[in-house]
Design a protein around this ligand. Structure first.
Ligand SMILES: CCCCC/C=C\CCC/C=C/CC(=O)SCCNC(=O)CCNC(=O)[C@H](O)C(C)(C)COP(=O)(O)OP(=O)(O)OC[C@H]1O[C@@H](n2cnc3c(N)ncnc32)[C@H](O)[C@@H]1OP(=O)(O)O
Length: 284
């Protein structure tokens, strides 16, 4: 196909599929790049983009919109200059109201299924720390570019909690079984260069602009690949993990609720929260 015909076809399909986004997001900025029609979703819940029910619900909605509009791709990033996301909002797990916790966990499952299983390509421009749930969101994306001198990893065991099996499968889809076991059992947070060495991220960046540039370049790889072939291939690789959670969704919610409300686990969370607060006080 001639290059000019290709670009005309692309322009036509972009016009007909232009995504329409709600302007009502409180915790997200959503913008579409005019050059390649890639959508950048920016997490914007200060101070640390911790994932509470509201933020998760908005991420879930935007993923639905992107799928409906047959988006050619999405970049996930943060408005903070030092935190991509601090993971799940600990306040949703500390002394939780059971009904609220169930909604919260359901929303997290939704985000995971939609992001890990999206038919469109995804990249994370990780411009800050990405512990626990932050690492999960980044690993759900197909490509990760991370700004130097930050931390990423599933550190749940450090908090006395356990990464659910679907978190673990997401890491197994990213790095080796051996590295996953060592990382999870020790709750290891990797510095950017260590994450690159182990394959947890794909590229390093000097700053956010560089991360966005490299993330945008990732999508050029798919210009000549029919989207349907791409999406089926991704589904062949990831679909069974998603089916497993779909089958066990209710059980996963109940088990997590009963574990998280155990007094020992609650004490551990309290201790961790106190550490976070003390860190601030001792720095002042
Ligand atoms: C065997 C029993 C198993 C039972 C359970 C079973 C399954 C449950 C599975 C649950 C899975 C959970 C996954 C998660 O995501 S847990 C969350 C893990 N997150 C973290 O460990 C990160 C904690 N935060 C930090 O390390 C730092 O905040 C930082 C991200 C590196 C940023 O540092 P800095 O810029 O210096 O900011 P501060 O530390 O001063 O924080 C500012 C402010 O934000 C509060 N905060 C930080 N993180 C969270 C959070 N995740 N949730 C809620 N709030 C958070 C922090 O306390 C400060 O608040 P104040 O300004 O009020 O002091």
């Amino acid at each position: 196909m001639m290059a000019s015909t290709r670009s005309l076809l692309r322009t036509k399909s972009l016009i007909s599929n232009l995504p329409r986004f709600s302007s009502n997001y409180k915790c997200l900025d959503v913008s579409v790049n005019n050059d390649n029609n890639i959508t950048t979703v920016t997490l914007k819940r200060p101070p640390v983009n911790s994932l509470n029910l509201d933020l998760l619900s908005e991420i879930s909605d935007v993923l639905t919109d992107l799928k409906k509009s047959k988006s050619p791709g999405m970049i996930l990033t943060s408005s903070s200059d030092k935190v991509f996301t601090a993971g799940l909002d600990i306040m949703e797990m500390h002394k939780p109201d059971p009904e609220r916790f169930k909604q919260f966990w359901y929303a997290l499952q939704d985000v995971w299924m939609k992001l890990y299983g999206s038919p469109f390509p995804t990249a994370a421009a990780i411009n800050g720390h990405a512990p626990a749930g932050g690492c999960l969101l980044a690993m759900c994306c197909e490509y990760r570019v991370m700004v130097q001198n930050f931390n990423i990893g599933l550190n749940e065991t450090q908090l006395g909690i356990v990464a659910p099996i679907w978190f673990i499968k997401t890491m197994l889809n990213t790095i080796s079984i051996r590295d996953t076991e060592l990382a999870l059992t020790t709750g290891r947070l990797f510095k950017t260069d260590e994450a690159l060495a182990v394959g947890l991220i794909d590229e390093m960046a000097t700053d956010k602009a560089d991360a966005l540039k490299k993330a945008n370049a990732f999508f050029e790889r798919f210009e000549m690949i029919p989207p349907i072939a791409r999406a089926y291939t991704k589904d062949s690789l990831r679909g069974s993990d998603i089916e497993d959670l779909k089958k066990n969704r209710e059980k996963d919610i109940q088990t997590t609720l009963s574990l998280i409300t155990q007094p020992k686990v609650q004490q551990g969370l309290e201790f961790y929260l106190a550490l976070l607060k003390n860190k601030k006080e001792s720095a002042a």
